[in-house]
Design a protein around this ligand. Structure first.
Ligand SMILES: Cc1cc2nc3c(=O)[nH]c(=O)nc-3n(C[C@H](O)[C@H](O)[C@H](O)COP(=O)(O)O)c2cc1C
Length: 306
């Protein structure tokens, strides 16, 4: 799982079609959208679950991300994955950062930052059940950065392979600043692979994150939603308009191939809108994307835009 530039999990966005586009631009490691342990336990074969577990043929390293609150659920979910998807993933990742109320009110996601004994029990349960490496994605704490140091110690003790640190507290949600010093401490205490995450939009941000934290890799979230080619740019390559068009067209076509036009088009409207974020006449394009009915409509808009 050691790579310089990784794609962050984003529920509702980073399905295998989007991750494949990122991989085509050199993304070396990505993570599925979060999957609830209970959904695996009670409905592992339902399309709502299996869709989240698909892997693109070109994805280099892929972790499956689990969320939940009960250590025994993690154990069971890990065993189910090993049984049903023995070759699909390179790691199991435990979500300890999700700020959404529907997750935290059950005690999962970032609520684990304020219940470290439970967090430790979850890591132990997953690690004991898994033949795959275990990773975890954390924030720095619930309302102050007081959890990540201890989590780094716990993770090191349980043989965790990597930690991604989103350098914010849960209370911060997505507001600046990103706390480099907390990420730096995790790297120092944990000693193994650490990804720094938060507000990386280009090479300058990535360099600052590397220099300011000593992290091994950076994980890119929202910037990849409107620029999946950021991975090539971070590695120093220029990306032509043609390559961008080709990438977004591929994503749209693969999505339609996967779900059929009737289901794919409404989903694609919400995803494609991000590609026009920086456009001069973004508003007009955003409006047009909301009106698309067919893949041909999408292809027309994209060709015009790029
Ligand atoms: C729409 C959206 C969905 C997200 N879903 C997840 C998720 O499923 N699991 C997770 O660990 N983090 C999730 N995150 C957090 C991101 O992985 C990342 O930590 C955060 O966006 C900060 O990185 P960025 O500043 O590069 O976007 C999500 C973020 C966004 C914006």
């Amino acid at each position: 799982m050691n790579c310089r530039f990784a794609l962050a999990p984003m529920a509702g966005y980073t399905d295998f079609t989007m991750r494949s586009v990122c991989a085509s631009f050199g993304c070396g490691f990505s993570v599925t959208e979060m999957v609830s342990c209970r959904s695996l336990i009670y409905g592992a074969k339902l399309p709502a679950v299996t869709d989240l577990l698909l892997r693109g043929a070109n994805e280099k390293k892929l972790a499956v991300q689990l969320f939940g609150f009960d250590p025994s659920d993690f154990r069971e979910a890990v065993l189910i994955l090993a049984d049903l998807y023995p070759d699909a993933f390179d790691a199991i990742e435990i979500n300890m950062g999700c700020p959404a109320l529907k997750v935290t009110k059950t005690g999962g996601g970032s609520a684990l930052l304020s219940d470290l004994p439970r967090a430790a029990a979850i890591i132990k349960a997953a690690a004991n059940a898994s033949v795959l490496p275990i990773g975890t994605k954390i924030r720095t704490g619930w309302d102050k950065p007081d959890a990540s140091d201890e989590l780094a110690r716990i993770a090191a003790g349980e043989g965790v392979s990597y930690i991604t640190v989103h350098g914010r507290t849960r209370a911060q949600m997505f507001k600046p600043p990103v706390d480099y010093s907390a990420i730096e401490r995790v790297k120092r205490i944990f000693g193994h692979t650490v990804y720094g995450n938060g507000d990386i939009r280009g090479a300058a941000d990535a360099l600052e994150m590397f220099a300011g934290t000593g992290c091994d890799g950076v994980m890119i979230g929202r910037a990849a939603l409107h620029a999946p080619w950021i991975f090539a740019q971070l590695a120093g390559f220029a990306v032509s308009k043609e390559a961008k068009l080709d990438a977004v067209l591929t994503q749209a076509r693969e999505h339609v191939k996967w779900k059929g036009e009737r289901r794919a088009i409404p989903e694609l409207r919400g995803k494609l809108v991000h590609y026009f974020a920086d456009a001069q006449n973004a508003k007009r394009y955003r409006f047009r994307v909301q009106q698309v009915q067919t893949l041909i409509d999408i292809e027309d808009i994209l060709r015009e835009f790029y």
